[in-house]
Ligand binder design. Structure first.
Ligand SMILES: [Zn+2]
Length: 339
């Protein structure tokens, strides 16, 4: 346990006793608080995940949604932005739950819990793998990367890219390897993964696949918001103008075909964006876009730079259990202020 994590319960308790936490919660009423989730999986599936910080165990998620539904007005992002335009205080505070990537567990695990509490979420779908039954490329790459011989990796990188060598960080872990792969073009990445014999065509673990078109349409019909997360989940600032336009417009077209109308929202893959990407997102017809930068969105926030709080399970638990005080501190940005 890090010292910061060890101290957190003390800090949270002090903030509750001194009224600091209540003041921060009142401040939430002036804006739209967006929370980022990736996977919500039955508890036993979390073990063995190569990206555990991205997995919220289902039992924890139930507790989080129960708290949010009782203390906040939980709305899809598009509705939250519309509500934010009516300036003033929003009581209870506006909160939106977002789910990145479009995994099948969004449909199977997260949505039913939201609906049990009468609330709806926003699901940002990477459209390329939808309906293929294949894993998202970074999951396939991470599991392949974990078992590779480094001499093979370096030789393959030299053949497929202009990089003289694999950066040290990429060699340290599957997550580092995926970070390196994200900096390549889609063609380079495909070629490299093919050379390394990495990407399986089918998944063996339930939910380690994208949602199907029917699941996406069903979520929309039930009142959830569907947004785009690109076609292939590239680092957009590294892509050419034509590639960026295609990622933005083709994913929008795919989703429109499945849900009957083009989506309003976009979520920058990895959160990576710059002025060029923001301009392209506007041109493609989106009304807003989410980043991974932390913070609360006030009425003055640029809708193409929406801030979100990453819901890492470690920050809202004590031991293995849900810590309501920590949850309150996390979504009111008390923890962020102390980082
Ligand atoms: Zn993503």
């Amino acid at each position: 346990m890090t010292s910061a994590r060890a101290l957190r319960p003390v800090v949270d308790r002090m903030a509750a006793l001194t009224g600091v936490l209540r003041a921060r919660e009142r401040a939430m009423c002036r804006g739209l608080t967006l929370l980022t989730y990736h996977r919500v999986l039955p508890d036993h599936f979390r073990r063995g995940s190569l990206f555990p910080s991205l997995v919220t165990p289902l039992s924890l998620f139930r507790e989080e949604v129960k708290h949010l539904a009782s203390a906040c007005r939980v709305v899809p992002v598009g509705q939250g932005i519309a509500a934010l335009a009516e300036r003033g205080m929003h009581r209870p505070p506006l909160v939106g739950l977002t789910f990145d990537d479009g995994y099948a567990d969004g449909f199977a695990c997260a949505a039913p819990v939201l609906e049990e509490h009468g609330v709806r979420g926003t699901f940002f779908v990477t459209t390329g793998p939808v309906g293929t039954g294949a894993p998202l490329w970074f999951d396939a790459a991470a599991s392949a990367w974990a078992g590779l011989d480094w001499r093979d990796v370096h030789a393959a990188v030299a053949r497929c890219t202009n990089a003289a060598a694999v950066p040290a960080a990429a060699s340290s872990s599957p997550a580092g390897g995926v970070g390196f792969l994200k900096t390549l073009t889609a063609d380079q990445r495909r070629q490299l993964l093919a050379e390394l014999g990495g990407a399986p065509e089918r998944v063996s673990v339930p939910f380690d696949r994208a949602m199907t078109p029917r699941e996406i349409a069903d979520l929309a019909r039930r009142g959830h918001e569907i947004g785009s997360h690109s076609v292939t989940h590239p680092l957009l600032p590294c892509a050419t103008e034509a590639e960026v336009a295609e990622e933005l417009s083709a994913s929008r077209r795919h989703l429109a075909g499945w849900i009957g109308a083009p989506p309003e929202g976009f979520c920058y893959p990895n959160g990576d964006h710059d002025e060029r990407i923001i301009a392209a997102t506007r041109r493609a017809g989106y009304a807003y876009a989410c980043t991974t930068l932390p913070g609360r969105n006030l009425a003055s926030q640029d809708p193409f730079r929406l801030l979100r709080i990453d819901m890492n399970p470690r920050r809202v638990t004590r031991g293995d259990g849900f810590d309501r005080l920590a949850m309150r501190a996390e979504i009111s940005l008390l923890h962020e202020a102390l980082r």
